[in-house]
Write a protein that binds this ligand. Sequence first.
Ligand code: ATP
Ligand code: MG
Length: 203
Amino acid sequence: MSDEQSKNERHKKAMEKQKAKVDARIEAADTERGVAILLTGNGKGKSSSAFGMVMRALGYDHKVGVVQFIKGEQLSGEELYVKKHCPQVELYQMGTGFTWNTQDRSGDIREAENTWAVARRMLADDSLDLVVLDELTYMIAYKYLDEEKVLQAIADRPREQSVVVTGRGGGSALQDLVDTVSEVKDIKHAFKSGIKARKGVDY
Ligand code: ATP
Ligand code: MG
C-alpha cells in the first residue's frame, strides 16, 4: 500500500468512528422543544449572530419577535432590513439610548420597564417561534429590571418557543437557566487600532 493509500485508509477509519459517535449522540437527543440561548462575552458577534438566527427562522416562515434593550445612535443594517422587508418580524426598540448617553437613571428604568412589557408579552405568545432579547443582560446587570421576573418569564415561555438573549455578562442564574451559552471572546477588534465602526459590518 502506498503512503497515500494508507493515509486514506486511516482517514476513512477515523471518519467511520467519528460518524458512529455523532450518530449515537443524535439518537440520544430525543427531546423536542424550543431552546433558550445566551450569547455573551466581550468580543464582536453576539447581536449579529442573533440576527443570523432570525434569518434562519424566517427561512422556515417562522414568526419572530425582536426586542432591543439598547438603542444605538443610529439603526443597524439588520434593523433597517427587518423594518423594510420583514413584516412577519415584530421589532421593538427601547425608546432611549442608555446610561452613558441619557445619564438619567430613573428615565432609563421607566424605558426598561416599558420595553420589558413588550418582551414579556412576546414570551407569552405561542404564535412566536423565536424571540430575540438583544442586550437584555445590561438591564439585569444595572438592576433596571428584576432578575427573577425576567428569568421566570423566560422559563415560563411556550414549550416550542426559542429565545436568544444577547449582551455581555448576564450572571450565573441566567446561564443556569438557559440551554446553550456561547461566549464570544475578544481577541482583537479593529476599533482598538483606530479603525472606524463600519456600515454593514459594525452597524
Ligand atoms: P455585533 O452587533 O457586531 O454582533 P456584539 O453584539 O457582539 O456586536 P455589542 O457589545 O452589542 O457587540 O456592540 C456592538 C458594536 O460594538 C459593534 O459595532 C461591534 O463591532 C462593537 N464591538 C463589539 N465588541 C467590541 C470590542 N471588543 N471592542 C470594540 N468594539 C466592539
Ligand atoms: Mg450586541
